[in-house]
Design a protein around this ligand. Structure first.
Ligand SMILES: [Zn+2]
Ligand SMILES: [Zn+2]
Length: 344
């Protein structure tokens, strides 16, 4: 099969992903072989490429928002049949036995494996996965629409739940990329009397236009003071300053949820009285559970979520990642994976 692989850490501007031939994987016990049609591009790949989180091996096939069809069943695999459309997300495997797994917190499992980090992922024509870690895709979504639901959507759903927002409250969203543009749609559906305030990088007009289209009640830049205090805020950005800014704008007793696997810059010094006192809370989001995907995918179909996607070919993934780093993707970037790729 063909795959775009990462051979070593590098700045993404150096276009480090390379199209090569790899053996098509063989599904093991209770695994399925999936022929991939689409893979979403997630900010986590930038962290893996640039060395803020470490893949288990090089070369590695990145990518964890995978949509495709079951090509072959491994021994003892019974949940799907050949030809079924499935999705694969960031959580690739968990032990099922540790104290976290037993509490339903498999996202915190020490032995867990993550797709495209601990196993080869979706920037390829095929992948294998345990049948227990694949999800049916609701019919209403095309493959391209479904891909960003698998990470950007699911982790956004988890972040929104952890924010404990209630109807009629004010939610602030810092950063308006792949995840936030889905979260605003969930919020407008679930909490129709609340208000959503969106903060982007200054001058990020495309993101602000999309926020307006999706019903944001106020739009500004990180650093602005909104017309009302925020009961909850979710920070989707890869940098440190929005943490301080969100805390500054929180209402008493408010809660900030940080939806990021790594921050590229430090969180500035906090002033206790200004940023933390009055029972303000901070919680980070780490990974996702299968339950998050199993709850979110049917909800996304019911709402229905309309993901905004910008399509690229698999061979163009370096360019897509550079645009993502610059904050220039409107909605989510997805890769279309052709079965007839040629190495030039
Ligand atoms: Zn992701
Ligand atoms: Zn575990």
């Amino acid at each position: 099969m063909k795959a775009m692989v990462l051979k070593k850490n590098s700045l993404v501007e150096e276009k480090p992903l390379e199209l090569i031939d790899l053996p098509t994987p063989v599904p093991g016990s209770k695994q399925i072989l999936v022929k991939i049609s689409t893979c979403g591009v997630c900010h986590t790949e930038l962290d893996e490429i640039e060395g803020r989180i470490s893949p288990i091996k090089f070369p590695i096939v990145l990518g964890h928002e995978i949509v495709g069809r079951v090509e072959r069943l491994g021994p003892g695999s019974t949940k799907f049949k050949e030809g079924d459309r499935v999705g694969i997300a960031w959580i690739n495997w968990a032990c099922g036995k540790c104290s976290f797994c037993l509490k339903g917190e498999e996202n915190l499992c020490d032995k867990a494996k993550w797709t495209g980090k601990d196993t080869d992922g979706g920037y390829a024509q095929y992948t294998v996965v345990s049948e227990d870690f694949a999800y049916p895709i609701p019919e209403r979504f095309t493959d391209q629409e479904a891909a960003p639901l698998l990470c950007a959507g699911t982790i956004g759903y988890r972040a929104l739940r952890l924010s404990r927002i209630e109807d009629s409250q004010v939610l602030g969203l810092y950063g308006f990329g792949a995840s936030a543009h889905i979260v605003i749609q969930i919020t407008k559906y679930r909490y129709p009397h609340g208000r959503v305030f969106v903060f982007t990088r200054p001058g990020q007009k495309e993101h602000q236009d999309l926020a307006r289209k999706l019903g944001a009640d106020w739009i500004g830049a990180t650093g602005d003071t909104p017309p009302l205090k925020l009961n909850c805020a979710i920070d989707f950005t890869p940098v440190g300053v929005p943490v301080r800014e969100a805390l500054r704008n929180l209402e008493k007793g408010g809660r900030l949820v940080i939806n990021a696997i790594r921050k590229e810059t430090s969180i500035p010094e906090l002033d206790y009285a200004r940023h933390l006192w009055y029972e303000k809370e901070i919680k980070s989001v780490a990974n996702v559970t299968r339950k998050d995907s199993q709850e979110f995918l049917p909800l996304a179909a019911k709402i229905p979520i309309v993901p905004e996607v910008q399509e690229f070919k698999l061979e163009e993934v370096n360019e897509a990642l550079i645009l993502l780093k610059k904050g220039k993707i409107r909605g989510a970037a997805v890769l279309k994976i052709s079965s007839e790729l040629q190495i030039s």
